[in-house]
Write a new protein. Sequence first.
Length: 143
Amino acid sequence: MTDLLSLAELRAHVDQHYAHQVQCLDDGRFEEYAATFTPDGEFQHTPGVEPARTHAGIVRELRAFHERFRDNPVQRRHWFNMIRLERRVDGAYDATFYALVLTVRPDVKEPLVGPSCLVHDVLEIGGGTVRNRSRRVEHDQLR
Ligand code: SDN
């Protein structure tokens, strides 16, 4: 299926997938974020934390993680950049990219910067859709 896509088309699909996914995450729409993974998808946002599996597991993990902001409302934004795509032998794609997390507190103009991350995704691309089979996030201060 992806043989039919030019590199420009492939990158356009992947860009759209990531833009949709990260806006779901930063808006707190965790069900929609989870739906950007395959049904058996795996997600590990912090090294050492057991990966969340399945849509329900990913939603549970994100809700638990964001509890820390309950009495401390912040706007987080995940910025993705430098996306490198490599086709795997099984037809999926390895996507390796940078992610920077900005945290903005109410009435504080300067964002808190970090963590700075290196992200390893496996993407299933076909039939006009992109889905994460997995995501593993490394944090630069721990590498
Ligand atoms: O989904 C991501 C994430 C992510 O969800 C993260 C979370 O907390 C929830 C895609 C790409 C990168 C990330 C990075 C993080 C950072 C992580 C830990 C933290 O903010 O302290």
